[in-house]
Design a protein around this ligand. Structure first.
Ligand SMILES: C[S@@+](CC[C@H](N)C(=O)[O-])C[C@H]1O[C@@H](n2cnc3c(N)ncnc32)[C@H](O)[C@@H]1O
Length: 362
């Protein structure tokens, strides 16, 4: 902490609270609305929303980290399901693929190559909060397929926005968009994007609301490492003193851009039993005033000593819990995969028809 206070000698409030200001890159990466959302989330939820970690060079950090990871079982499962998808969409001459949170586009590649080879790929729409992530996905797609794969990138927040305005429909109905009988839409929500969100229900509601009756949704989420409630660990193991954890460049990206130095916080990895989530947090070792520049002037975010700032959360899931989440959002399974604890599980589901009372029938 000494070094930190020394570096801030001339930047303290009259009460002696250290003042930190974002690096210039912060304002290149984030627009005014993003800055206000970050301030709001810090003040109201003590959280740096994960979605913002994928902006700017965060997109490259993420791409670098997944490139080193082993092949994923959910993608293998998707490949195995291609004949099923052909049968499911038989009679449709065009299939539009909507990839929600595409990352670097790699998980969609198996589906896109298959549809291209069959000559039935309509549009490929990549929807992401991060323009940088979309750029990476577009570059990859061009490398793999040249100009034969259509790429459309759209900046949307699936926690807030639907995508039905982007996919062609003849009309609307209480069950969702009504498509041209020759077309359908396959939506992808892969790689645990859902599990990181503050409200997976809001995101699933937006996806469900954008799907027509003939459409399908592929979701993959990482199962929790400890399958049953009784097996879930409550805290640190006795007798072991692991070294203090440090953050990866991807996890540290937002803190670095905000100008909050490592010397100011301690890193915590753990489980929040109240919300049944895993988390990565940092706990401030001193009070901090964050000084943000906005169009309307300066905005100060005051954080007291000991405040935990959440950087990552993951809802702890079993296969049954994933199925229940989908069902609550009006989606019924057409395929439920299997996976070991800690692995990604694939699920394919379609919109349920509303029951006569208006609620989705299960
Ligand atoms: C965990 S990565 C998954 C990437 C890819 N689907 C995969 O299977 O590897 C999350 C992706 O979703 C995007 N994302 C995160 N939050 C989002 C949100 N609220 N709305 C839209 N995209 C989001 C990120 O930018 C990133 O591309």
């Amino acid at each position: 902490m000494e070094g930190f206070h020394a570096s801030l000698r001339n930047r303290v409030t009259t009460l002696g609270t250290p003042v930190v200001s974002p690096l210039p890159e912060f304002y290149e990466v984030f627009d005014e609305q993003n800055v206000l959302n970050i301030a709001d989330s810090l003040e109201r939820h003590h959280e740096l929303p994960r979605a913002f970690s994928y902006f700017g060079s965060g997109a490259r950090h993420w791409d670098d980290s997944v490139t080193l990871q082993p092949p994923r079982p959910d993608i293998a499962a998707l490949r195995d399901r291609l004949p099923f998808l052909d049968e499911y969409f038989a009679g449709r001459s065009r299939l539009d693929v909507v990839d929600v949170g595409p990352g670097n586009g790699d998980p969609a590649r198996v589906v896109l190559s298959h549809l291209l080879a069959r000559g039935v790929l309509g549009r490929y729409l990549a929807i992401d909060v991060s323009p940088g992530m979309l750029k990476i996905a577009e570059n990859r797609l061009r490398t793999w397929f040249g100009s034969s794969a259509p790429f459309e990138g759209h900046v949307l927040d699936i926690g807030r926005d639907r995508f039905d305005h982007l996919v062609p429909a003849l009309s609307g109905s209480p069950e969702g968009p009504v498509r041209d009988p020759a077309r359908a839409c396959l939506a992808l929500l892969l790689g645990g994007t859902l599990g990181n969100l503050r409200s997976p229900e809001d995101a699933l509601g937006n996806v469900r609301g954008s799907l027509g009756r003939s459409d399908l949704l592929a979701v993959s989420e990482r199962l929790d490492e400890c399958p049953g409630p009784s097996a879930r660990p409550g805290g640190a193991r006795r007798g072991t003193a692991p070294p203090p954890p440090r953050l990866s460049p991807f996890n540290r990206f937002l803190l670095d851009l905000l100008g909050i130095p490592e010397s100011l916080y301690a890193v915590e990895f753990g489980i929040d039993p109240r919300r049944d989530t895993r988390f990565i947090r940092v706990r401030l070792g001193a009070p901090v005033r964050l000084r943000l520049r906005t169009g309307a002037g300066e905005r100060h975010v005051d954080l007291s000593e000991g405040t935990p700032l959440e950087l990552w959360r993951y809802w702890r899931l079993t296969p049954a819990e994933l199925a229940a989440r989908l069902a609550r959002s009006g989606l019924e399974p057409v395929f439920a995969g299997d996976a070991a604890p800690g692995e990604f599980i694939l699920s394919l589901s379609r919109p349920c028809l509303p029951s006569p009372s208006g609620t989705p029938a299960g």
